[in-house]
Design a protein around this ligand. Structure first.
Ligand code: AMP
Ligand code: TRP
Length: 333
């Protein structure tokens, strides 16, 4: 079946292995299936829900586009653009924010995590962030949205908002209710320093993550320093539930090689972590270093990146512009 794919990544710097294994690697597979229509968005309007430096934001927008392309997304097959270039995203977000009850937003756990203790100081944008995400998806009639596990709740909200809009305005099927595409396994890559924490751009320790721009030596060093425990690697899956760092490293190895955790356990069960670490460092550097080299090459070619983003925005504008027009008509504007 042909799918309409939409997904977004924030241009907030330091794209890492979690982004790659949780999301971008899937984008590439979906891009490679000729039956799909894919749209990959650099969500710069989402990025400014927390403070960004002007120059850095501009660079990060290009770097995120470069990461998409370097990972294997072909801009002649998929639309790559940045959100702020297409007006309909912000307009749709306003309309949907008038349909979505506060109670639904109050349940969003990511806001609670990101706002931290002092919620009064968080921006209103951070609070309504999931509505902008719903607007992104619904404007393109996306059928499937590939994301990491942490976005599941936002996608459920998107589905609820679409259904409520359709019901409130008696326009069944006008907003398409999208399906999440979340990998069953390894959809949540954890920090290399703490098996309880998600691998994240915002972790102050660079050793907690493998950045997609890391060199071979940096990757080897980070895997060497990754937290483990003192026991040998278990043979049984069940034992991993109490050994989160081991589970994460074995999961990363399985995910990057597209193999089951069972197979990885057969390979390493009973061995020491040094065996796993040396193999993992080798596999990661052979898969990530070429991406890293390509990102660096592309970043030097600003004209090319700006052209890809501008062409993408023109194509996106046609689709989203038509949808927002219909939406406004339904409302009575
Ligand atoms: P963000 O960088 O927050 O815009 O996230 C971009 C994509 O990467 C989203 O689909 C996230 O769900 C995914 N993602 C971010 N961090 C992780 C992680 N640690 N493990 C798996 N997926 C992740
Ligand atoms: N909220 C997503 C994240 O932080 C990024 C995002 C914005 C997104 N709009 C989207 C993902 C639309 C999928 C579809 O990871």
């Amino acid at each position: 079946m042909s799918k309409k794919i939409f997904s977004g990544v924030q241009p907030t710097g330091n794209l890492h292995l979690g982004n790659y294994l949780g999301a971008i690697k899937n984008f590439v597979d979906l891009n490679n299936d000729n039956q799909n229509e894919c749209i990959f968005c650099v969500v710069d309007l989402h990025a400014i829900t927390v403070k960004q430096e002007q120059d850095q934001l501009t660079n990060n927008i290009r770097e995120t586009a470069a990461t998409f392309i370097a990972s294997g997304i072909d801009p002649s097959k998929s639309i790559i653009f940045n959100q702020s270039k297409v007006h309909a995203h912000a307009e749709g977000s306003w309309i949907l924010s008038c349909m979505a009850p506060m109670g639904w937003l109050n349940r969003m756990t990511q806001f609670k995590e990101k706002a931290g203790k002092d919620k009064e100081k968080a921006s209103v944008g951070l609070y309504i962030y999931p509505i902008l995400m719903a607007s992104d998806i619904l404007l393109y009639d996306a059928t499937h949205v590939p994301v990491g596990e942490d976005q599941k709740q936002h996608l459920e909200l998107t589905r609820d908002i679409a259904q409520k809009f359709n019901k409130d305005f008696g326009c069944e099927d006008f907003l398409r209710v999208p399906e999440p595409l979340i990998k069953k396994n390894f959809s949540r890559i954890m920090s290399l320093k703490d098996g309880l924490k998600k691998m994240s751009k915002s972790d102050p320790s660079d050793l907690s993550r493998i950045n997609l721009t890391d060199t071979k030596d940096e990757i080897i060093n980070k895997i060497k320093k990754a937290k483990t425990d003192s026991l040998p690697i278990p043979n049984e899956y069940q034992e991993l539930n109490e050994r989160l760092e081991a589970k994460n490293l074995l999961g990363i190895y399985s995910s990057i090689l597209d193999q089951t955790l069972d197979k990885t356990l057969k390979e390493f069960g009973g061995k020491n972590f040094s065996d796993l670490k040396s193999q993992l460092a080798e596999v990661l550097s052979s898969k990530i270093s070429p991406i890293s080299d390509e990102i660096k090459k592309l970043i030097d070619d600003q004209n090319y990146l700006d052209k890809v983003l501008a062409e993408g925005a023109n194509k996106a504008e046609v689709i989203a512009g038509k949808k927002i027009k219909e939406m406004k008509k339904i409302i009575g504007f």
